[in-house]
Write a protein that binds this ligand. Structure first.
Ligand SMILES: O=C(O)CCC(=O)C(=O)O
Ligand SMILES: [Fe+2]
Length: 240
Protein backbone atom coordinates (compact mmCIF):
# COMPACT_ATOMS: atom_id res chain seq x y z
CA UNK A 1 0.00 0.00 0.00
CA UNK A 2 1.24 3.50 -0.79
CA UNK A 3 2.57 5.44 2.14
CA UNK A 4 3.21 2.42 4.34
CA UNK A 5 5.71 3.37 7.04
CA UNK A 6 7.14 -0.14 7.14
CA UNK A 7 6.41 -1.93 3.87
CA UNK A 8 5.22 -5.47 4.47
CA UNK A 9 7.65 -8.03 3.11
CA UNK A 10 7.39 -11.44 1.50
CA UNK A 11 7.34 -13.91 4.40
CA UNK A 12 7.61 -17.69 4.55
CA UNK A 13 5.16 -18.50 7.34
CA UNK A 14 6.12 -22.18 7.49
CA UNK A 15 8.17 -24.11 4.91
CA UNK A 16 6.14 -23.97 1.69
CA UNK A 17 3.65 -21.33 2.89
CA UNK A 18 4.51 -17.89 1.55
CA UNK A 19 2.74 -14.53 2.01
CA UNK A 20 3.43 -11.94 -0.70
CA UNK A 21 1.82 -8.62 0.33
CA UNK A 22 0.44 -6.24 -2.31
CA UNK A 23 1.04 -8.65 -5.17
CA UNK A 24 -1.89 -7.34 -7.20
CA UNK A 25 -1.87 -3.57 -7.76
CA UNK A 26 -5.08 -1.52 -7.73
CA UNK A 27 -5.77 -1.98 -11.47
CA UNK A 28 -5.39 -5.78 -11.40
CA UNK A 29 -7.53 -5.94 -8.24
CA UNK A 30 -10.28 -4.04 -10.04
CA UNK A 31 -10.06 -6.35 -13.06
CA UNK A 32 -10.25 -9.44 -10.86
CA UNK A 33 -13.19 -7.96 -8.94
CA UNK A 34 -15.08 -7.27 -12.18
CA UNK A 35 -14.47 -10.85 -13.26
CA UNK A 36 -15.69 -12.16 -9.87
CA UNK A 37 -18.90 -10.17 -10.25
CA UNK A 38 -19.56 -11.78 -13.63
CA UNK A 39 -18.78 -15.30 -12.31
CA UNK A 40 -21.10 -14.77 -9.33
CA UNK A 41 -24.12 -14.40 -11.62
CA UNK A 42 -26.29 -17.41 -12.44
CA UNK A 43 -26.25 -19.96 -13.94
CA UNK A 44 -23.91 -21.86 -11.60
CA UNK A 45 -23.39 -18.59 -9.71
CA UNK A 46 -22.76 -17.68 -6.08
CA UNK A 47 -24.39 -20.16 -3.70
CA UNK A 48 -24.61 -21.05 -0.04
CA UNK A 49 -22.72 -24.28 0.66
CA UNK A 50 -24.36 -26.86 2.90
CA UNK A 51 -22.15 -29.21 4.85
CA UNK A 52 -23.08 -32.89 5.36
CA UNK A 53 -23.67 -32.29 9.08
CA UNK A 54 -26.59 -29.98 8.24
CA UNK A 55 -24.72 -26.69 8.70
CA UNK A 56 -24.10 -23.95 6.17
CA UNK A 57 -20.89 -22.17 5.32
CA UNK A 58 -21.17 -18.45 6.02
CA UNK A 59 -18.97 -17.48 3.07
CA UNK A 60 -20.87 -17.88 -0.19
CA UNK A 61 -19.05 -19.49 -3.08
CA UNK A 62 -18.83 -19.87 -6.85
CA UNK A 63 -16.48 -22.24 -8.71
CA UNK A 64 -14.77 -22.28 -12.09
CA UNK A 65 -13.37 -25.25 -14.00
CA UNK A 66 -14.72 -27.88 -11.64
CA UNK A 67 -17.41 -27.42 -9.03
CA UNK A 68 -16.31 -28.10 -5.47
CA UNK A 69 -18.86 -29.34 -2.96
CA UNK A 70 -18.34 -30.93 0.47
CA UNK A 71 -16.30 -33.03 -0.22
CA UNK A 72 -15.55 -33.63 -3.88
CA UNK A 73 -15.67 -32.16 -7.39
CA UNK A 74 -18.32 -32.25 -10.10
CA UNK A 75 -18.82 -30.77 -13.58
CA UNK A 76 -22.13 -29.17 -12.63
CA UNK A 77 -23.33 -27.15 -9.63
CA UNK A 78 -24.68 -30.33 -8.01
CA UNK A 79 -25.50 -28.52 -4.76
CA UNK A 80 -26.72 -25.37 -6.54
CA UNK A 81 -28.85 -24.89 -9.64
CA UNK A 82 -27.39 -27.94 -11.41
CA UNK A 83 -25.97 -25.88 -14.30
CA UNK A 84 -22.57 -26.68 -15.84
CA UNK A 85 -19.73 -25.00 -13.95
CA UNK A 86 -18.25 -21.97 -15.73
CA UNK A 87 -14.92 -22.61 -17.50
CA UNK A 88 -11.56 -21.71 -15.98
CA UNK A 89 -10.21 -18.81 -18.09
CA UNK A 90 -6.71 -19.21 -19.50
CA UNK A 91 -5.63 -15.86 -18.03
CA UNK A 92 -6.57 -17.00 -14.53
CA UNK A 93 -4.61 -20.25 -14.93
CA UNK A 94 -1.64 -18.13 -16.04
CA UNK A 95 -2.07 -15.85 -13.03
CA UNK A 96 -1.78 -18.97 -10.84
CA UNK A 97 1.51 -19.89 -12.51
CA UNK A 98 2.84 -16.34 -12.06
CA UNK A 99 1.80 -16.41 -8.42
CA UNK A 100 3.87 -19.51 -7.74
CA UNK A 101 6.92 -17.84 -9.31
CA UNK A 102 6.32 -14.76 -7.14
CA UNK A 103 6.15 -16.90 -4.03
CA UNK A 104 8.86 -19.49 -4.66
CA UNK A 105 11.09 -17.96 -7.33
CA UNK A 106 11.59 -19.08 -10.93
CA UNK A 107 11.41 -22.74 -11.91
CA UNK A 108 14.57 -24.82 -12.18
CA UNK A 109 16.03 -25.40 -15.68
CA UNK A 110 14.01 -28.13 -17.38
CA UNK A 111 15.27 -31.67 -17.01
CA UNK A 112 17.87 -30.41 -14.62
CA UNK A 113 19.67 -32.35 -12.02
CA UNK A 114 22.28 -29.66 -11.85
CA UNK A 115 21.34 -26.07 -11.12
CA UNK A 116 24.21 -23.95 -12.44
CA UNK A 117 22.97 -20.82 -10.73
CA UNK A 118 22.56 -22.66 -7.48
CA UNK A 119 18.80 -22.28 -7.63
CA UNK A 120 16.79 -25.24 -6.48
CA UNK A 121 13.05 -25.50 -6.76
CA UNK A 122 11.97 -25.97 -3.19
CA UNK A 123 8.60 -27.51 -3.89
CA UNK A 124 6.65 -29.18 -6.70
CA UNK A 125 5.98 -26.76 -9.50
CA UNK A 126 2.94 -26.72 -11.71
CA UNK A 127 4.86 -26.01 -14.87
CA UNK A 128 3.66 -28.57 -17.37
CA UNK A 129 0.35 -28.17 -19.17
CA UNK A 130 -0.89 -31.23 -17.31
CA UNK A 131 -0.29 -29.25 -14.14
CA UNK A 132 -2.14 -26.10 -15.20
CA UNK A 133 -4.38 -24.38 -12.67
CA UNK A 134 -7.79 -25.72 -13.68
CA UNK A 135 -9.99 -24.95 -10.65
CA UNK A 136 -10.93 -21.68 -8.96
CA UNK A 137 -13.06 -21.24 -5.86
CA UNK A 138 -14.28 -17.73 -5.22
CA UNK A 139 -15.48 -17.11 -1.67
CA UNK A 140 -17.45 -14.01 -0.73
CA UNK A 141 -17.38 -12.92 2.91
CA UNK A 142 -19.83 -10.32 4.16
CA UNK A 143 -21.28 -9.54 7.58
CA UNK A 144 -19.93 -12.08 10.05
CA UNK A 145 -18.74 -14.59 7.46
CA UNK A 146 -15.77 -16.74 8.32
CA UNK A 147 -14.32 -20.12 7.37
CA UNK A 148 -13.49 -22.91 9.77
CA UNK A 149 -10.16 -24.74 9.85
CA UNK A 150 -9.97 -27.24 7.00
CA UNK A 151 -7.58 -28.80 4.52
CA UNK A 152 -7.81 -28.50 0.73
CA UNK A 153 -7.63 -32.25 0.21
CA UNK A 154 -9.99 -33.14 -2.65
CA UNK A 155 -7.30 -32.67 -5.33
CA UNK A 156 -5.01 -35.39 -6.67
CA UNK A 157 -2.26 -32.95 -7.60
CA UNK A 158 0.33 -31.81 -5.10
CA UNK A 159 0.69 -28.43 -6.87
CA UNK A 160 0.62 -25.44 -4.53
CA UNK A 161 -2.67 -23.72 -3.71
CA UNK A 162 -2.73 -20.04 -4.73
CA UNK A 163 -4.90 -17.60 -2.79
CA UNK A 164 -5.68 -14.00 -3.79
CA UNK A 165 -7.54 -11.57 -1.56
CA UNK A 166 -9.73 -8.58 -2.50
CA UNK A 167 -11.61 -6.07 -0.37
CA UNK A 168 -11.68 -6.20 3.43
CA UNK A 169 -8.64 -7.42 5.35
CA UNK A 170 -9.04 -10.79 7.07
CA UNK A 171 -7.26 -12.80 9.70
CA UNK A 172 -6.02 -15.91 7.90
CA UNK A 173 -5.07 -18.73 10.24
CA UNK A 174 -2.41 -21.06 8.90
CA UNK A 175 -1.79 -24.19 10.93
CA UNK A 176 -0.18 -27.59 10.68
CA UNK A 177 -0.90 -30.81 8.80
CA UNK A 178 -1.80 -32.88 11.86
CA UNK A 179 -4.77 -31.13 13.46
CA UNK A 180 -7.02 -28.06 13.43
CA UNK A 181 -5.35 -26.82 16.61
CA UNK A 182 -2.05 -25.25 17.48
CA UNK A 183 0.55 -24.56 16.35
CA UNK A 184 -0.87 -22.01 13.94
CA UNK A 185 -0.06 -18.49 12.88
CA UNK A 186 -2.48 -15.65 12.19
CA UNK A 187 -1.63 -13.55 9.14
CA UNK A 188 -3.53 -10.47 7.99
CA UNK A 189 -4.42 -10.76 4.33
CA UNK A 190 -5.23 -7.43 2.72
CA UNK A 191 -6.65 -6.55 -0.66
CA UNK A 192 -4.09 -7.51 -3.32
CA UNK A 193 -2.17 -9.96 -1.11
CA UNK A 194 -1.06 -13.35 -2.37
CA UNK A 195 -0.67 -16.46 -0.23
CA UNK A 196 0.74 -19.70 -1.66
CA UNK A 197 0.91 -23.02 0.17
CA UNK A 198 2.60 -26.06 -1.32
CA UNK A 199 5.25 -28.67 -0.58
CA UNK A 200 5.25 -29.55 3.12
CA UNK A 201 2.46 -27.01 3.74
CA UNK A 202 0.13 -28.21 0.97
CA UNK A 203 -2.16 -30.15 3.32
CA UNK A 204 -1.96 -27.83 6.31
CA UNK A 205 -5.18 -26.83 8.07
CA UNK A 206 -6.18 -23.22 7.48
CA UNK A 207 -9.19 -20.96 7.91
CA UNK A 208 -10.52 -17.43 8.23
CA UNK A 209 -11.59 -16.70 11.81
CA UNK A 210 -12.34 -13.05 11.17
CA UNK A 211 -12.90 -10.41 8.49
CA UNK A 212 -12.32 -6.79 9.50
CA UNK A 213 -15.27 -4.77 8.16
CA UNK A 214 -14.65 -1.46 6.46
CA UNK A 215 -10.96 -2.12 5.72
CA UNK A 216 -11.22 -2.49 1.92
CA UNK A 217 -9.34 0.09 -0.17
CA UNK A 218 -11.82 2.91 -0.74
CA UNK A 219 -11.13 3.02 -4.48
CA UNK A 220 -11.92 -0.65 -5.09
CA UNK A 221 -15.68 -0.44 -4.67
CA UNK A 222 -16.18 -3.67 -2.70
CA UNK A 223 -17.98 -4.04 0.62
CA UNK A 224 -16.81 -7.29 2.19
CA UNK A 225 -14.05 -9.66 1.15
CA UNK A 226 -13.46 -11.89 -1.86
CA UNK A 227 -10.93 -14.68 -1.93
CA UNK A 228 -9.95 -16.41 -5.14
CA UNK A 229 -8.32 -19.79 -4.54
CA UNK A 230 -6.62 -21.49 -7.50
CA UNK A 231 -5.91 -25.21 -7.46
CA UNK A 232 -4.64 -27.94 -9.78
CA UNK A 233 -7.10 -30.81 -9.70
CA UNK A 234 -4.94 -33.55 -11.22
CA UNK A 235 -8.22 -35.37 -11.60
CA UNK A 236 -7.42 -36.87 -15.04
CA UNK A 237 -10.52 -36.90 -17.23
CA UNK A 238 -12.29 -35.51 -14.20
CA UNK A 239 -15.27 -36.56 -12.16
CA UNK A 240 -18.58 -37.57 -13.77
O1 LIG B 1 -10.77 -17.12 2.11
C1 LIG B 1 -9.66 -17.57 2.29
O2 LIG B 1 -8.67 -16.84 2.44
C2 LIG B 1 -9.45 -19.07 2.36
C3 LIG B 1 -10.34 -19.85 1.44
C4 LIG B 1 -10.09 -21.31 1.53
O3 LIG B 1 -9.35 -21.78 2.35
C5 LIG B 1 -10.74 -22.24 0.59
O4 LIG B 1 -11.53 -21.81 -0.25
O5 LIG B 1 -10.46 -23.44 0.66
FE1 LIG C 1 -8.91 -23.84 1.90
Amino acid sequence: MDGELFPRERTEITPGAVHVPDWLGPERQRELLDACRAWARPPAGLRTVRTPGGGTMTARQVCLGLHWYPYGYARTAVDGDGAPVKPMPGWLAELGREAVVAAYGPPPPSGAGAHPDGHRAPYPYPYTDAEAYDIALINFYDGDSRMGMHRDAEEESGAPVVSLSLGDTCVFRFGNTASRGRPYQDVRLRSGDLFVFGGPARLAYHGVPKVLPGTAPPGLGLTGRLNVTLRVGGLGTGPD
